[in-house]
Write a protein that binds this ligand. Structure first.
Ligand code: ANZ
Length: 858
């Protein structure tokens, strides 16, 4: 540590940056702006994990590089701090989630500061701070007023263990994503956001984004736009019809049976006596399964025959109607025409239940499916009457047109995307700024012109419970934030009710129609003003809410008057670069895009998209190549490595492991190697004591080779930082140090250039070096060195070209040129070749960097 007192160095510069406010980004500047955003962390009790460190160090390197290149860089940090763990901890220990959250945040901040990130800490945001969530509630109010928030009784993913409803995205393989607990279906009253109203814009917007292709593809699939037709089949009995949604009307002649979802309203009517028992049992079983489980491709197909038949509208064929759970009520029309020859699931089903399979599309040559499989591609229509011979793409259009003319169908578009289930039965979330009043109260106030009633446009949002109709009333903006009640009871109230329902004095209130204030109904009704009995909404918002718009609040975090000042927004715009894990490919990144589009429609922002450029850092595996986890005991704690090797070593090692986007295993030996390199930098360039180390000189000239390596390093490292190739940037810095090892001296100015190049990767050591060399201010603002192309060419040397030992010419070649290349040059040289022509070469002697002697005969 004497050669490299990293702890002392790192603390010194962290204090310096803090004291000087080095990384505070002004909201106005002559410089071009660069807004660098990290996915803000959930401050868990476990502290930073290796993935956080990789993410933050990686973006910090980019940010510091941009600073040096003359940008006004904004790199903020904050906390996505609502969520389950703090609440579960509260249930267990009685510690208020707010307290746990603040303790965890303090620990996260300490750890992040110890990494030496160039963060503007004046802009910290915390989603659980009422000054912050006031605006989350404000956005919800706007959604509500714009008819984009509604309540619905719907089958939801109910997790008895967690006592809450989960979003589809929070359920993995039928289990809760958090904790892996079983999840069942249950009907509950829920708040839902109409994200589907934005489906097309969310889809189209993807084309403009510089995002990893895989992430864009996942969003496309999640939105799942498909085009086809709704086709109507009459029942054989003639007294009703079934409409199906199909993407392949061109396969209509191959429809050999139909399937209804078990929940389809016609099921009851179609099941005949002898099939009743089996059908009832089947329907009951299906009710317990999630959509995900039901549609799994690998799942063994199941189903029951109804006993009824329908008529195929194109050929009059009589086809049986089945019930099967692979058809979902929530998609299309909840019914399908089954074409086993050209759909995998139908094929499996038909094979299992011995239903006919008729080929109606002939595959193009070379695309024939394996024996016993469906052909799902496009091809030439066969067995399709008048359409035979048509290519199936044209056939699709023609059949749709014909069905349309006959009144039996029409073109249709469907989306997989569902409206966003937006409520949770939790304590530790944003309360909804909504109260409920019963029908009688509603009728008594609806014609009053009050601050509150003015906020309820059009059809009111209502729900029925126990024979009473309830109406939603929003709080006026002036009543925000609506804070959580202080309580010690965080246990769910049971039966899907949120823990907030336990707080009777918070829930059951006299509600003021002008101010939105509430006072406990258990007390007196206040005498002045218009007060009505009301019940507060007891659900809270999901954790996604706060993370949907935090990148906007960083711009203007203390604004108490507005969500953000338009002048500040116009300067910073949206983030230029967003870095975070690929696990957020759909949820957070889709929800945030939705809110951003909505906020654009509200005039709050001016761009369509929040995150133009997105980058995912790769997952870091444990030393054993397995995923890091507490249970495997292979978790890397940054605190330990900062203590033993220093933050610079940790940062640089995380980058040295490989390309930032790659998945890679942690290796304790690896950090040693990077640490030794930094120690050498410290020993040879910074030195100990007051003076400069002996090799650094302002008077002694450095060798041309040293200069060449410096310029090569500037060129290479610049390109590598530009291309987010931090691993090879570090390798090149190592090459520089290897060269220095062979040299007598290095010019002070060259050493300063090296300090600038090193600064993004190892900012503390670079700062130390910069100041030792007499640099002013922070190296982060010391600009970026440039290289001279001409100096790079000194790699070339003069070679003497000899024939039979006699000098005949000269050539300029690269020092690393091979014998064959030099011989070719010699043969191409006019003078030399004159001595070679017509002679037989019997030997070539090549001394790299000096001579090439060609021995000839004849
Ligand atoms: C007949 C057909 C023939 C189909 C064929 C496909 C291939 P996407 O692309 O995902 O929109 N389908 C329709 N509604 C369904 C539901 N509620 N549950 C399960 N499956 C349903 O898929 C649309 C296709 O999925 C539809 O086109 C329908 O099967 C099925 F060679 O109709 B197809």
């Amino acid at each position: 540590n004497k050669e490299y007192p990293f702890t002392e160095i790192e603390q010194r510069w962290q204090q310096f940056w803090d004291k000087e406010g080095t990384f505070t980004a002004p909201n106005q500047s002559e410089k071009p702006k660069y807004y660098l955003l990290d996915m803000f962390p959930y401050p868990s009790g476990a502290g930073l994990h290796a993935g956080h460190v990789e993410n933050f160090a990686g973006s910090d390197i980019l940010g510091r590089y941009k600073l040096a290149r003359g940008f006004n860089v904004l790199h903020p940090m904050g906390w996505d701090a609502f969520g389950l763990p703090a609440e579960q901890y509260a249930v267990k220990t009685g510690t208020h989630p707010a307290k746990t959250t603040l303790t965890n945040i303090d620990n996260f901040r300490r750890q992040i500061k110890a990494l030496g990130l160039a963060i503007d800490w004046t802009r910290e945001v915390n989603t659980t701070d009422p000054h912050y969530f006031r605006w989350t509630q404000w956005i919800f109010l706007k959604l509500f007023q714009n008819k984009l928030a509604y309540v619905d009784e719907r089958p939801v993913n109910w997790c008895p263990e967690l006592g809450t409803v989960l979003a589809n995205e929070e359920v993995v393989d039928g289990k809760s994503e958090v904790g892996g607990h079983p999840v069942e279906r249950r009907n509950l009253r829920q708040w839902v956001l109409r994200i589907t109203a934005y489906a097309d814009r969310l889809l189209e917007g993807l084309d403009k984004l510089e995002w990893p292709d895989s992430t864009k593809a996942m969003q496309r699939n999640w939105i799942g736009r498909s085009t086809g037709a709704n086709v109507t089949f009459s029942l054989e009995s003639g007294d009703d019809s079934i409409t199906v949604y199909t993407t392949r009307p061109d396969t209509l002649f191959g429809a050999t049976y139909m399937v209804l979802a078990p929940e389809h309203p016609l099921v009851g009517k179609l099941v005949t006596g002898e099939n009743l028992k089996a059908a009832q049992k089947y329907i009951q079983e299906a009710a317990g399964k999630s959509d995900l489980l039901r549609t799994e491709l690998a799942k063994e197909k199941s189903g029951v025959f109804t006993g009824s038949y329908a008529i195929n509208p194109v050929n009059g064929e009589r086809i049986p109607i089945w019930i099967a759970d692979y058809v979902l009520m929530s998609y299309g029309t909840g019914a399908i025409m089954a074409v086993p020859a050209h759909d995998e699931r139908d094929h499996e089903f038909a094979t299992k239940f011995n239903l006919p399979i008729i080929d109606v599309i002939s595959p193009p040559e070379g695309e024939e499916p394996e024996e016993g499989e469906a052909f799902t591609g496009v091809g030439t229509m066969i067995n399709s009457g008048e359409f035979n011979g048509l290519d199936s793409v044209t056939g699709k259009e023609r059949i749709i047109a014909q069905l349309q003319a006959a009144g039996k169908g029409e073109a249709a578009v469907n989306y997989k995307l569902r409206d966003w289930l937006f409520s949770r039965q939790r304590y530790w979330g944003e309360p909804f700024p909504i109260v409920w009043v019963d029908d009688e109260t509603w009728n008594s106030i609806k014609d009053l012109k009050t601050a509150v009633t003015a906020l309820v446009p059009g059809e009111p949002v209502t729900y029925h419970q126990d024979g009473t109709l309830y109406h939603a009333l929003p709080l006026p903006e002036s009543a925000l934030p609506l804070e959580l009640p202080k309580t010690d009871n965080y246990e769910p109230a049971g039966d899907g009710e949120s823990p907030l329902a336990n707080n009777h004095d918070w829930v059951n209130i006299w509600f003021n129609l002008e101010t939105g204030e509430g006072v406990p109904q258990s007390g007196e009704k206040p005498s002045s003003g218009t007060w009505i009995p009301a019940r507060r909404e007891t659900n809270t918002m999901p954790q996604w809410a706060g993370s949907c718009w935090y990148y906007l609040r960083y711009l203007d975090p203390a604004n108490a008057e507005a969500i953000l000042d338009p002048a500040i927004r116009d300067y910073w715009g949206v983030p230029d670069f967003y870095m975070g894990g690929a696990e957020h490919a759909v949820l957070h990144l889709l929800y945030a895009r939705f809110w951003h589009l909505f906020l654009k429609d509200m005039g709050v922002v001016t761009d369509d998209e929040p995150f133009k450029k997105l980058f995912h850092q790769g997952i870091i595996l444990g030393e054993d190549g397995e995923k890091m986890s507490k249970s495997r005991g292979n978790v890397v704690n940054p605190d330990d490595f900062i203590a033993s090797h220093g933050a610079d070593s940790l940062r640089a090692y995380l980058m040295f492991m490989g390309p930032l986007e790659d998945m890679k295993p942690w290796n304790s030996q690896g950090i040693e190697g990077v640490h030794r390199f930094l120690r050498r930098v410290c020993r040879d360039l910074v030195g100990s004591g007051d003076g400069l180390p002996p090799k650094i000189a302002s008077d002694k000239p450095e060798s041309t080779e040293m200069t060449r390596v410096l310029h090569e390093t500037i060129r290479k490292v610049t390109a590598d930082y530009d291309n987010i190739r931090f691993n090879t940037a570090l390798s090149q810095l190592m090459i520089f140090m290897n060269q220095l090892n062979k040299e007598e001296s290095l010019n002070v100015e060259s050493a300063k250039d090296f300090a600038r190049l090193l600064a993004p990767l190892a900012p503390h050591l670079a700062e130390e070096l910069w100041h030792k060399l007499g640099g002013e201010g922070s190296v982060a603002f010391a600009g970026w060195p440039t290289w001279n192309e001409d100096l790079l060419k000194t790699d070339e040397v003069q070679i003497g070209l000899l024939v039979n030992g006699k000098p005949r010419g000269e050539a300029k070649v690269s020092k690393t040129a091979k014998q064959d290349e030099v011989l070719a040059l010699a043969q191409a040289d006019e003078k030399v070749s004159a001595h070679l022509s017509g002679k037989e070469i019997i030997k070539v002697i090549y001394v790299p960097g000096k001579i090439l002697n060609v021995v000839v005969r004849g």
